[in-house]
Design a protein around this ligand. Structure first.
Ligand code: IFG
Length: 451
């Protein structure tokens, strides 16, 4: 044991063991240290704590980490891992501000493989993100196998699909189950999105019979939006939608099904209403709560519906009304959370329709102050979407994600008065060497004095 200040504790590489009761052995495995009954790091459950809360006590002789549930202990493990090998003495008591702390990955514009998605989960949990929203379908590609509708993936998940024709691929039922299980083992809930009634050119390419005139539709590999729509007046539309949502619900242990609803510029308003009134209740029939982008707030919503706010406007009356009616809101304002926004004018990747998103702007805002009428009690949580129109590799994905995802993750986890940009930027600096050592591409933002 190296000589250390009295109150701190040094983890000896490989020589420090962890003790864990059976329900926590899975969590202990994530520490990468041996299990032993007399381990210097003791994991424990403390039912008196809220599920995701934990209490970390570090003394010169060892560490006690108690959580309200295995998930709470797992979040404590992430803090332990962040502290490194020299653990400062003291007690940390911590719990999340919001229950829903999400990241979104757009697999439709550019597909990423199960292995790449799982590697992304490993990085997200280090910042206590507990939901991964997978945008599975859009104009350019359909990325989840649906039994009975094979052309969705054979055609619209096949070669040449994706923006610039560079994002081919799809998840088989087995791939999806594998990703769901991997995420669950790390206390991350997968939130699948089937975007409707807009953003459906990939459906029409695969099944022209679902279009208004039944004529063949050309694949699209550009990045335009708002030009496609399911036909609200045809029964075939609902047969298709019901089969797809039933399949996805059956594959998804999590409580949510996201049905999109955004940018339906080619859906007449009355048709949009008709479509949603028939489709919004379907997830509930399969035991799921429906999530939609905030445009859905214009129609009557199921009691447990969740509205995901994404625009940059200062107010949104429909969302405020939905919140006043008891619907919950996921706050994802593009000008604060869209990781596909450029960092600055020199950023080679990304878009800039919501402005440039610096690390500080991703950090220095408050979800409860973002939308008038959408206060703390209406907010389910925060999510950072990453749209993939300009992504071509995992390095690209990570370059836009890090270091802004940690900023949004802290907005979602920490109490509002506990947040401080100077403190955050100093703590973030320690990740530079770790990401470099791990081969994790990230933006060395000049806002941070990287170690
Ligand atoms: N808006 C579209 C996305 C994507 C995005 C890129 C939403 C909900 C612009 N819809 O954001 O499909 O194109 O920043």
């Amino acid at each position: 044991m190296r000589p250390v200040p009295a109150a701190s504790f040094a983890i000896i590489d490989g020589g420090t063991a962890v003790s864990a009761p059976p329900p926590l052995e899975g969590v202990a495995a994530h520490l990468g240290l041996p299990l032993a009954a007399d381990g210097a790091i003791a994991l424990a459950l403390d039912e008196a704590l809220p599920a995701e809360a934990y209490r970390l006590e570090i003394t010169a002789t060892g560490v006690t980490l108690a959580g309200g549930s295995p998930q709470g202990v797992f979040w404590g493990v992430q803090t332990l891992r962040q502290l490194g090998r020299e653990l400062p003495g003291g007690v940390i008591e911590d719990h999340p501000r919001y229950a829903y702390r999400g990241a979104m990955l757009d697999l439709a514009r550019h597909f990423f493989t199960p292995a790449q998605i799982k590697a992304h989960v490993d990085l997200l949990v280090q910042f206590k993100i507990n939901h991964l929203h997978l945008h599975l379908t859009d104009d350019q590609g359909w990325r989840l196998e649906i039994p009975g509708w094979p052309r969705l993936t054979e055609v619209s998940g096949g070669p040449g699909t994706g923006v610039d024709g560079a994002g081919p691929g799809f998840l088989t039922l087995g791939d999806y189950a594998d990703v769901v299980a991997y995420a669950a083992d790390r206390f991350v809930t997968i939130v699948p999105e089937i975007d409707m009634p807009g953003h459906v050119n990939a459906v029409h390419v695969a099944y022209p019979e679902l279009t208004a005139d039944g004529r063949p539709v050309a694949p699209r590999t550009d990045a335009e939006v708002g030009y496609s729509s399911l036909v609200a007046g045809r029964e075939e539309t609902y047969t298709f939608v019901e089969t797809v949502l039933k399949t996805v619900a059956g594959l998804t242990p999590g409580p949510y099904l996201h049905i999109g609803g955004d940018e339906c510029l080619s859906t007449p308003p009355e048709d949009y209403r008709t479509f949603l009134e028939r489709v919004l209740p379907i997830p509930g029939r399969f035991g799921k709560s429906v999530i939609g982008w905030h445009e859905i707030a214009g129609v009557d919503l199921p009691e447990d519906a969740v509205v995901q706010y994404w625009r940059i406007e200062a107010t949104d009356d429909a969302v405020a009304r939905a919140a006043a009616d008891g619907r919950r809101v996921i706050v994802s304002p593009a000008d604060r959370t869209y990781l596909d926004m450029k960092y600055d004018a020199d950023t080679p990747l990304g878009l800039d329709w919501a402005g440039h998103l610096s690390v500080e702007r991703a950090y220095d805002w408050d979800p409860a102050e973002r939308l008038p009428g959408v206060g703390e009690d209406a907010i389910l949580g925060v999510e950072a979407p990453l749209w993939s129109e300009t992504l071509r590799s995992v390095d690209d994905l990570r370059y836009l994600t890090f270091p802004r995802l940690p900023a949004v993750a802290e907005v979602a986890w920490s109490p509002r008065d506990g947040r401080d940009w100077q403190s955050f930027r100093e703590r973030l600096a320690a990740f530079g060497p770790r990401w470099t050592a791990g081969g994790i591409s990230f933006h060395r933002s000049p806002e941070i004095d990287w170690h």
